[in-house]
Design a protein around this ligand. Structure first.
Ligand code: AMP
Length: 277
């Protein structure tokens, strides 16, 4: 294991001293999306910390938690190669020691969409992000727009609880065919991977119609559903929302956001895009 890995709160604090680093929280199984966030942080900060922690409190499906891919040695190597200076890889008891009893609840934007389909998910995210930001004391923390609702929940949490540093949102990194990189893509069979290409196609179809002048969100959602609804794909939601409230909107606005969640072969995939009117 590389020497740049620390696993305890104390060793993390000792390694950082007064440094206010760039910070990239992850659950490991690193891919190009994570590596771009790390490279971005390394370019903007003299020191970058990457956390690798599969946070049990944000999983609502025990099977999903158990099957989540884990390879710390490979992740640490990839993170360092991408520009990380220090890896924080705590075990569960280090983050949630015996007696741990606090849960951070963010308001209404955490109850919609992913919050409805995965009740308690964002409570787990908000709790671990609060702990990590307090421990790392970053100057900048980097999160992907890939998890758009999560990014908005974290921005709310960060403002409301006066957490340290600035939150930086980074655009979604996609494979050549347009599918967003995700640690869960590794679980897809070749057939399911082919099915998943309907997601970027649905986004492209909506963008094309919006550019052609369609402003009615119901029509745009119908276009996305038409592309997505095929054998092997279970659509959880397709919606077009106001990015700050995550509430659905009827007519397109310049900052409207398309959100998509599907299940393919038991794997949940989410994606989103800005659709300028
Ligand atoms: P995760 O390990 O899935 O919790 O993700 C860690 C961070 O990487 C989160 O801020 C994600 O939004 C971000 N991320 C995941 N996939 C991508 C991607 N394809 N492009 C950009 N950021 C991503």
């Amino acid at each position: 294991m590389t020497t740049n890995v620390v696993t305890t709160r104390d060793s993390l604090r000792a390694a950082l001293g007064t440094t206010r680093p760039g910070f990239v929280p992850t659950m490991g199984a690193l891919h190009q999306g994570h590596l771009s966030l790390i490279a971005h942080s390394a370019a903007e900060n003299p020191f970058t910390v990457v956390s690798i922690f599969v946070n049990p409190t944000q999983f609502t499906n025990p099977d999903d938690l158990q099957r989540y891919p884990r390879d710390l040695d490979q992740d640490a190597e990839m993170a360092i190669a991408a520009g990380a200076d220090l890896i924080f890889a705590p075990d569960v008891a280090e983050i949630y020691p015996p007696g741990f009893a606090t849960r951070v609840a963010v308001g209404p934007i955490a109850d919609l969409w992913e919050g409805t389909s995965r009740p308690g998910h964002f409570g787990g995210v908000a709790t671990v992000v609060t702990i990590l930001l307090n421990l790392v004391q970053p100057a900048h923390s980097y999160f992907g727009e890939k998890d758009f609702q999560q990014l908005q929940v974290i921005r709310r949490l960060h403002r409301d609880l006066a957490l340290p540093g600035l939150i930086v949102g980074y655009p979604t990194v996609r494979e050549a065919g347009g599918l967003a990189y995700s640690s869960r893509n590794a679980r897809l069979s070749p057939e399911d991977l082919a099915r998943a290409s309907a997601i970027p196609r649905a986004i492209a179809d909506v963008l094309t119609s919006a550019r052609a002048g369609e402003t009615d969100t119901s029509s745009l959602i119908a276009i996305a559903r038409d592309t997505l609804e095929q054998p092997g794909i279970n659509v959880d939601y397709v919606t077009i929302v106001d990015p700050s409230t995550l509430e659905p909107i009827q007519a397109l606005t310049p900052d409207a956001r398309l959100l998509i969640a599907v299940d393919i072969g038991g794997t949940r995939l989410i994606d989103n895009a800005a659709i300028a009117s």
